[in-house]
Design a protein around this ligand. Structure first.
Ligand code: PEP
Ligand code: MG
Length: 578
């Protein structure tokens, strides 16, 4: 298990021999399956697969009237037994695992689906069929809503299978306890499967479905085990097959040469050790300084980022402080929260509220929109409600005065130079240093004009990928399109960087791309002056950068921009940076 670890062993020299598996060809040695890398690191071991869910075909006859009450009670008891077991496991787990299990337990007791099943049972449908039909109804609904809701479909199916097993007196479906360190492969993993995993026995995860925000990904990050999702052809790899999972490249190599696999794992381990020993500050091997910063959402996160060599905060997502608020926090309340982050580091970039789309705020007055990702979100909220931005800038300025630490402030979702001009004027009137995020392709294309008004740019590669590729960043199905290695996305990043160099102003990246050590080097080659990532990713990024020269980063950037696909871009960068 080697979290956040790039691999130096170059398996790509064999790439001309690698076959891509098709539905008709079973996986053989030399087969490399490709997916979306979620947690970096390399692991080698035998495949284990979760136990089969119960067979769902149902031939049970209608329940006679006099037995229906009993059938409903049997169903209620089964559902609450499942919820109780999940709650018990939540109590014995920690961190995200515990939260995920508790959330699944709550879903198991959700009145909406329980009611839909009970209604069927009272009309004579046997409990098992009632469960299947009721859950199907909500699966359809969640799938139609899409995004995060669609990713919860796996949770619902998991609850369905557990309740059915309970009704039939069968053992609960789930992950077998392996005898040796193994790699868990599945179509998708339910939270209850992944939350209790022991990372010394389950050393990597690979799934056929799932996206970067799926529970599989969340748990893998917490466990620090390599993880690849949306792996094409994984279903055909049988339990017991030896595989090499590379969470950096996003590959699953079936039955690899044992010595080469061992070498890849050892190289990954060396990288992990280097990361653990990296103490900063951020610089390439030949001394080109790049500020390595942390993404945080509150004072606690900022304080824990101080445990890493982070030199400051490159993105303070203020909207995440207020997701549960019905009313707008007062200027004083806001100032208190911002001051906590400003006291943790000298350099802090505060982002004004990026409310809307996947992060709605109740007090922001979002209109009802058919397509909120393209609607009134980020800075656009201030057009109809300028007071909300004014009060936030006032609070940020107050926090700055109180801590004696002058923050930089940036606006999300800027699309035009006029928006940047307007924001800069407002920020300066509060004595703040203004910048904007580059998340909309239009802003990257017009970065020169935008830089006439602001002092810095920060590239949000998560949204930039979403809007460049016209692909929902929450969609598991479209994860290969929203991959930040897409050359089209990186071409826009390069444009913004060049505009920054011409203007002599800093340009950083604060999207997930900066958390990928290999891509981080490419971003430096493209001209980034800072990289901001989740605290856990910082040592891996800093250590990798310290091993390569600026010339290597630039060569990797050129190679990436000349690549045709995201996979080619990754391979080209690996070669240039190894
Ligand atoms: C981004 O879009 O890359 C970004 C950093 O903003 P968020 O992920 O909060 O939308
Ligand atoms: Mg964004």
């Amino acid at each position: 298990m080697f979290g956040f670890t790039p691999v130096h062993v170059d398996l790509s020299r064999n790439s001309c021999n690698l076959l891509h598996m098709t539905a008709s060809s079973p996986p053989t040695s030399l087969t490399v399956l490709r997916g979306v890398p979620v947690v970096a690191g390399v692991a080698y071991g035998p495949v284990i697969r979760p136990g089969r869910p119960p067979v769902l075909e149902d031939t049970e006859p209608e329940v006679p009237e006099q037995d229906r009450r009993g059938e409903a009670a049997r169903f209620a008891a089964a559902a609450s037994a499942v919820a109780n077991r999940l709650r018990e496991r939540a109590a014995h787990a920690t961190g995200a695992a515990s939260e995920v299990l508790a959330a699944t337990a709550t879903l198991a007791q959700d009145r909406a689906w329980l009611g839909a099943a009970e209604k069927r049972i009272t009309s004579g449908v046997p409990a098992v069929r009632a469960v299947v039909e009721a859950v199907d109804q909500f699966i359809d609904l969640f799938t139609q809503v899409g995004g995060l809701m669609a990713e919860r479909v796996t949770d619902l199916k998991d609850i369905r299978d557990r309740v059915i097993a309970e009704l039939r007196g069968l053992p609960e479906p789930g992950v077998p306890l392996p005898a040796v360190p193994s790699i868990l492969c599945a179509e998708d993993l339910a939270p209850a499967d992944t939350a209790g995993l022991d990372p010394s026995l389950v050393i990597a995860l690979a799934t056929t479905l799932g996206g970067p925000t799926s529970h599989t990904a969340i748990i893998a990050r917490q466990l620090g085990i390599p993880c690849v999702v949306a792996v094409d052809g994984l279903d055909a790899v049988a339990a017991g097959t030896m595989v090499l999972v590379d969470g950096t490249r996003g590959t699953v190599r079936v039955a690899p040469d044992e010595a080469a696999a061992g070498e890849a794992v050892a190289a990954a381990q060396r990288e992990a050790e280097r990361a653990a020993h990296w103490t900063g500050p951020g610089a390439t091997a030949d001394g080109h300084a790049v500020a390595i910063l942390a993404n945080v959402q509150d004072g606690a996160a900022a304080r824990s980022a101080r445990e890493t060599p982070a030199e400051g905060v490159g993105l303070f997502r203020t909207e995440l402080c207020f997701l549960n608020r019905d009313t707008e926090p007062t200027v004083d309340e806001q100032a208190d929260i911002y001051a906590e982050v400003l006291s943790a580091f000298d350099k802090v970039v505060v982002r004004t509220l990026d409310a809307g789309s996947d992060k709605p705020l109740k007090f922001a007055g979002h209109p009802d929109e058919a397509n909120p990702a393209l609607g009134v979100r980020g800075i656009r909220i201030a057009h109809g409600n300028p007071g909300i931005l004014e009060r936030q800038l006032e609070a940020i300025a107050r926090a700055g005065e109180r801590t004696g630490n002058a923050p930089w402030v940036m606006a999300p979702m800027i699309a035009t130079a006029d928006e940047a001009k307007d924001f800069a004027a407002k920020a300066r009137s509060h004595g703040l240093t203004p910048g904007v995020m580059i998340e909309v392709p239009a802003a990257a294309l017009r970065a020169d004009r935008i830089l006439e008004h602001v002092d810095f740019l920060s590239i949000g590669t998560n949204d930039l990928a979403q809007y460049t590729m016209a692909a929902d960043r929450m969609s598991a199905e479209l994860a290969t399109l929203t991959d930040p290695w897409q050359p089209a996305v990186l071409a826009l990043v390069a444009m913004a960087a060049q505009a920054g160099a011409r203007a002599g102003k800093p340009v950083g990246v604060c999207g997930e791309a900066a958390a990928d050590p290999l891509l981080a080097c490419v971003l430096v080659g493209l001209g980034m002056t800072s990289l901001s990532a989740a605290a856990a990713a910082i040592p891996g990024v800093g250590a990798k950068l310290a091993q390569v020269t600026l010339a290597q980063c630039r060569a990797a950037a050129d190679a990436v921009l000349a690549s045709a696909t995201a996979a080619d871009a990754r391979a080209a960068a690996l070669e240039a940076l190894s």
